[in-house]
Ligand binder design. Structure first.
Ligand code: CA
Length: 233
């Protein structure tokens, strides 16, 4: 599945944290056929470290994991203000597990064994719910982006953006916490036929960063080495 926003096509990255290699591989393949980008972690410690990067659009998280369990991962992510949607997987079907999973900030829950179609449906539902909650005002930390009024402010102070900076910030916010490649950002500003000749993206990104992050102790726009950029706390 692809996120289509104003004609730009962004593959969503899904992190799978699952110690059953066979199941993880099946999920990985199935998600790839649906054109999601995927990443895998086979134990809780690796999974937590990857998830903490905030580079994913969604996390599929097994409950029973070696090193660090699923509940603790979920709890620690939310405590660190990583709000990536999480779908928990478990073989145990007791009510208390379900409740504690949702208590610590999971978005949904799937009991093993489940069908791939069921998982796809849950992923779509979680994404839809998150979008409805977020629109039309997008927020991160003290940055508020009102898509209806085309107004942007940080810590209550209005920030005036050029149309290109506006499109750039919008693309970053729509993929909150997930890194976007240079090409995806260029598509968002100029469209897919644009060919960079003078580092135009860097120029507009520098202007945007100056406006958004210069007067704040907490920069929100981050360079993700080897990938591109992301907006996150
Ligand atoms: Ca397991």
């Amino acid at each position: 599945m692809l996120c289509i926003t104003h004609g730009i096509t962004l593959p969503m990255a899904i992190l799978i944290i699952e110690d059953e290699v066979k199941l993880a591989t099946i999920l990985d393949r199935a998600l790839k056929t649906e054109r999601y980008a995927t990443d895998l972690a086979f134990d809780g410690k690796t999974g937590l470290k990857k998830a903490m990067s905030g580079n994913y659009g969604l996390i599929i998280l097994d409950l029973m994991l070696p090193k660090i369990g699923g509940l603790e991962i979920c709890e620690r992510l939310r405590a660190s203000s990583i709000h990536t949607p999480i779908i928990m997987l478990t073989a145990r079907s007791t009510v208390s597990d379900r409740v504690s999973g949702l208590d610590v900030g999971a978005d949904d829950y799937l009991i093993k064994p489940f069908s791939i179609d069921e998982l796809f449906a849950r992923i779509r539902a979680v994404r839809r719910r998150r979008k409805t909650v977020d629109a039309p005002t997008l927020k991160i930390a003290d940055l508020v982006f009102d898509t209806k009024r085309h107004e942007v402010s940080r810590a209550g102070k209005e920030i005036l953006l050029t149309p290109k900076e506006y499109r750039l910030l919008r693309a970053l916010l729509l993929s909150l916490g997930q890194a976007l490649s240079r090409r995806q950002l260029i598509d968002a500003i100029w469209g897919p036929s644009f060919i960079e000749t003078n580092n135009e993206l860097n120029v507009h990104m520098a202007y945007l960063r100056r406006k958004i992050d210069t007067n704040s102790a907490k920069p929100l726009i981050h360079t993700i080495r080897g990938v591109g950029y992301a907006i996150k706390e």
